[in-house]
Write a protein that binds this ligand. Structure first.
Ligand SMILES: [Zn+2]
Length: 556
């Protein structure tokens, strides 16, 4: 009898350990995304050279997931997954440019708001501005960026994260003490160019310096929540959209490759009252699981998502390992090279490419030894998993150019302008073979940004002789030539862009400007309309400017 009682006690104890973490039906939710933050550059994940005391402290008070993976090494698609709980083929946002989140997609903000939460966000980069659709469901979405005239590309506009933190804290402070809210903070500090404030330049590596500054900003947010007595009423998650190459496989930034450094992201979850603080959880976890878990912890259903709640897992200490899907169509959309797809599980990482790669996820964290040739069976199985889980994953491209766009193209003399971004014929180059060309393109971009157009043009001409389908290189060449006053050459380069990708907004904006200057307002207006087809903001702005210039004020 006594024996049986003891067994019962043990069984109860075991059941308690396995019981899911609590739900918090009165808690608010704060989600922080630190752009471009590689997990392995944090002390939480074993890095020794950085300075991230606030994230370290958060790790001691929170639950740290060791193996969280992003679905895409690009800001807009990854944030779309983080906020919808859907994989890119399901939310439909496949690149930073030319895509926005469809209106029928539910987001964390729309779900929380429907449940009576107040919803507020502050973001730090143009790439996730309100018009991308990510603002849907937010009562307030602060994306007010001071436009820096020294930065030519609109896409590169950003703001100091301190402004975003202050903005969001102001909004949180104004929320009633008993009401529930969902707050989303986006910091852009670790994104290139890495510009750490002087205090962090002592770190030597500017990326580490930028990460250290982002850490300080997270510290500011946490300290204020604590000060106001709100911290223990909040479910707080800190993560990243994707990582950064830092040259490990030849890529300095992100977008081109799916190696671990580009997709392994940190994830720290601080529960109310620092419950289960210091827990570390191993095993692959998907970015889409984050929103599902936040909803579930807050007591809301996480239905209709690819992600699954990890609430039960938090108590158990290991995840139900599920393969994680990642993709990048950046090489295809921008350069005409093959897209990459990947699967990560606890044993292997598989990258599908013209020459596929398979890495031992445990023993080869740096991904140096490609096992694909020896492990054909595993490669087949992992490729099969993608096909089973997602069907045939293809480039999302509207099949045809809309009629008004086609008409504008014809009127401007572009014949056969019905191809669409990403459409190509024949076998595509493997991005592994093109990383040199890609980095040369980035170098040319830096030269152009620094005002060294002549050198930029030399670099680009060399590059395009070998890789004539690099559409973004033609675009950059056009901009550089135009600034040098070589307008006919600039037009030829920009026409080349339109020939490869008829709806390239950047090229049409540049051509609109040139036509306006050269006294062809009708052509200029058509180009601006074409730009507006994929980038309504800048397209319509240019159009309005052209009309003002033509003294047609009423229409502007
Ligand atoms: Zn990003």
């Amino acid at each position: 009898m006594r024996r049986r009682g003891l067994v019962l006690v043990f069984a109860l104890a075991a059941a308690c350990r396995r019981a899911p973490a609590d739900r918090y039906p009165a808690a608010s939710v704060v989600l922080v995304s630190i752009d471009t933050l590689r997990a392995d550059r944090l002390a939480l994940y074993g890095y020794a050279k950085g300075a991230t005391p606030h994230l370290d402290a958060l790790g001691r008070e929170g639950v740290v997931f060791e193996d969280a993976y992003s679905h895409c090494p690009l800001t807009l698609p990854a944030h779309s997954s983080l906020l919808t709980g859907l994989l890119p083929p399901h939310h439909g946002v496949r690149d930073n440019e030319g895509f926005s989140l469809a209106e029928d997609k539910r987001t964390l903000a729309t779900r929380f708001r429907a449940a009576g939460f107040e919803t507020g966000a502050a973001v730090s980069a143009y790439v996730i501005r309100a018009s991308t659709g990510l603002s849907r469901g937010f009562d307030r979405y602060d994306d007010a960026l001071p436009i820096d005239p020294a930065v030519e590309a609109l896409a590169a506009q950003r703001r100091d994260g301190a402004q975003s933190v202050d903005s969001l804290l102001g909004w949180i402070d104004a929320r009633p003490a008993r009401g529930r809210f969902f707050a989303f903070l986006h910091l852009y500090e670790p994104h290139a160019p890495y510009l750490p404030p002087p205090a962090y330049q002592r770190l030597g590596d500017p990326y580490d310096g930028a990460v250290a500054y982002a850490d300080e900003l997270v510290g500011r947010l946490v300290a204020r929540l604590r000060e106001r007595g709100r911290l223990d009423g909040v479910i707080l998650a800190v993560t990243a959209d994707h990582g950064e190459g830092l040259g490990d496989h030849g890529e300095q930034e992100h977008g081109l490759f799916l190696y671990r450094e580009a997709v392994h992201v940190p994830l720290v979850l601080r529960l109310p009252g620092a419950a289960r603080g210091g827990t570390r959880i191993a095993g692959t976890l998907a970015q889409v699981d984050i929103p599902a878990t936040l909803l579930d912890l807050a007591g809301l259903p996480a239905d209709g998502m690819d992600g699954r709640t990890q609430r039960a897992v938090i108590a158990r200490g290991t995840v139900d390992s599920r393969p994680v899907y990642s993709e990048t169509f950046f090489p295809r959309y921008h350069f005409g090279w093959s897209e990459l797809l990947a699967v990560t599980d606890d044993r292997y990482r598989y990258i599908q490419a013209p020459r596929p790669e398979l890495f031992d996820a445990r023993k080869d964290r740096a991904e140096r030894a490609n096992l694909a040739p020896q492990r054909a069976e595993t490669v087949r199985a992992m490729a099969g998993w993608i096909e089973n889980a997602l069907g045939r994953v293809g480039a999302a491209a509207p099949s045809a150019v809309p009629a008004d766009v086609a008409e504008n193209l014809r009127a401007l003399g572009y014949v056969g302008g019905t191809a669409r971004l990403g459409s190509t014929s024949g076998p595509l180059a493997d991005p592994k073979d093109e990383v040199g060309a890609y980095e040369a393109f980035r170098r040319a971009g830096a030269l152009h940004d620094g005002g060294h157009d002549e050198e930029a043009v030399r670099e680009l001409r060399r590059l395009l002789a070998d890789s004539p389908r690099m559409v973004d290189a033609w675009h950059l060449l056009g901009l550089a030539l135009f600034r040098m006053g070589r307008t006919p050459d600039a037009v030829a380069a920009l026409d080349k862009v339109v020939e490869i990708e008829p709806t390239h907004a950047g090229a049409h904006l540049a051509l609109a400007r040139i036509d306006a200057i050269e006294g062809r307002p009708d052509h200029a207006a058509r180009h601006a309309q074409l730009a507006a087809a994929t980038q309504p903001g800048p397209g319509f702005e240019t159009l309005a400017e052209l009309m003002l210039r033509a003294n047609r004020l009423p229409e502007a």
